[in-house]
Design a protein. Structure first.
Length: 336
C-alpha cells in the first residue's frame, strides 16, 4: 500500500511539474511572440516599416553595364526594406545636381548619390541636408564625402586599388602600360590611374577617350598601340572598355595584354578565356545594396556605419584565371 501510494504521489508531482512547465512555456511563447511582433520592423526578411521613398542618383553614362549591377543591389535592398526606389543618372555634374534638386522637391526620405564631380554637387547636397534629408555617398567621392557632411560612404579607395593594380603589373613583368580614362575629370577614375602610376615600376601613359562613343574608344586605343609598340598592357577602368580594348589590340595587330577594373559577366568569361589578364572587383552590387539599406537603418534605428568618420570599403579584390570560377555563377546572374 505504502509503495503504491508513493508511486501515485510521485506521478502526481511529475504531472504538476509538467503542467507548470507547459504553462511557463506558453507564457514565454506569448511574450516571445509579442516581442517578435514589436521587433518585426527591424528583423530579417521583408520589413513592415512605413513605406520610404529613396532617390539613387548616379553619374552613369548611357550603356555602361556597371550600373546595372549597382541597381540590382539597390533593388534587392529596396524590396526587403519596403522602399520605393527612384533611380536617375547623368554623367554631367551640373545635371546630376539638378537631379538632387528634383529629389528634394519630391520630398524623398533619403538620397544615395555618387560624387564623381563633387564640386558640382556641393550646393545641391547642402540643400538636401537643409531640408532634413539624409544623404549617403557611394562609388565615387571617397575623399570628399566627409567634408561635405554626408552620413556614410560605400566603395573602394580608388587610389589604393590603383596602387595594388600597379604592384600586380610589376609581379607579372609588365614594362609599359596605357591607363585609359573614359571620362576626364572623374575623380575616381583619375585616382585609379594615379595609383597605378605611383607603384608601377614601368612607364604609364594616360589616354583619355570618350566613354559614350565606343567605336571612338576602340579606334583611339588601336591608334595608340600602332603608334607605340613598346606598350605591353592596356589598363581600362570598366568592363565594357576592357572588352573593347581586346578588339583594339587585335585590330592593331598588337600583342598588348588587357587588364581592368570592374566586372560583368562577359568580362568574367574573358578572364576565363585569357583574353583579359585580370580584373579588380569593387563589388557594385554590394555598393547599391548597402547604400539603400543604410538609409533604411538610419531612418528606423538611427544607425550609420563608420560613425560618420570612416568609409565602408567594398574592394579591391583581384580576379584572375586562378580564382575566377568561384564567382562566375554570380556574374551570370548579374550580381558580380
Amino acid at each position: 500500500m505504502d509503495l503504491r501510494l508513493n508511486r501515485h504521489r510521485r506521478a502526481g508531482l511529475a504531472a504538476l511539474a509538467t503542467a507548470a512547465a507547459l504553462l511557463a512555456a506558453g507564457c514565454s511563447s506569448q511574450g516571445g511572440k509579442k516581442a517578435q511582433e514589436a521587433d518585426a520592423g527591424l528583423a530579417a526578411g521583408k520589413a513592415d516599416t512605413p513605406r520610404m521613398r529613396i532617390a539613387m542618383i548616379t553619374h552613369a553614362a548611357p550603356g555602361d553595364t556597371f550600373w546595372d549591377t549597382v541597381r540590382k543591389g539597390a533593388k534587392a535592398a529596396a524590396a526587403k526594406d519596403n522602399v520605393d526606389l527612384v533611380y536617375s543618372s547623368n554623367p554631367n555634374g551640373a545635371d546630376q545636381a539638378n537631379l538632387i534638386q528634383n529629389a528634394i522637391n519630391q520630398k524623398v526620405d533619403g538620397i544615395a548619390v555618387t560624387l564623381a564631380k563633387p564640386d558640382a554637387m556641393k550646393g545641391a547636397i547642402a540643400k538636401a541636408k537643409k531640408a532634413g534629408i539624409p544623404v549617403v555617398a557611394f562609388n565615387a567621392g571617397l575623399d570628399q564625402w566627409k567634408d561635405m557632411g554626408l552620413l556614410e560612404y560605400f566603395g573602394q579607395d580608388e587610389n589604393i586599388a590603383g596602387q595594388a593594380f600597379g604592384k600586380h603589373l610589376n609581379e607579372i613583368g609588365a614594362k609599359h602600360d596605357i591607363c585609359v580614362i573614359q571620362e576626364q575629370g572623374h575623380v575616381a577614375l583619375e585616382a585609379r590611374c594615379a595609383g597605378v602610376k605611383k607603384t608601377f615600376k614601368g612607364k604609364t601613359d594616360i589616354l583619355y577617350v570618350n566613354g559614350t562613343d565606343m567605336p571612338s574608344v576602340k579606334s583611339t586605343i588601336s591608334a595608340k598601340l600602332k603608334q607605340d609598340s613598346s606598350i605591353d598592357h592596356v589598363v581600362t577602368l570598366g568592363a565594357p572598355f576592357a572588352l573593347t580594348a581586346v578588339q583594339s589590340a587585335k585590330d592593331a595587330g598588337d600583342k598588348a595584354k588587357v587588364a581592368t577594373f570592374d566586372l560583368n559577366k562577359d568580362l568574367v568569361s574573358a578572364v576565363q578565356s585569357g583574353d583579359v589578364e585580370f580584373a579588380v572587383d569593387q563589388q557594385p552590387y554590394l555598393q547599391g545594396y548597402l547604400s539603400i539599406d543604410s538609409l533604411w537603418l538610419y531612418k528606423n534605428n538611427g544607425n550609420f556605419s563608420g560613425g560618420g568618420e570612416q568609409p565602408v570599403l567594398t574592394g579591391p579584390a583581384f580576379v584572375t584565371k586562378d580564382n575566377v570560377d568561384t564567382i562566375a555563377k554570380f556574374a551570370q546572374k548579374g550580381t558580380r
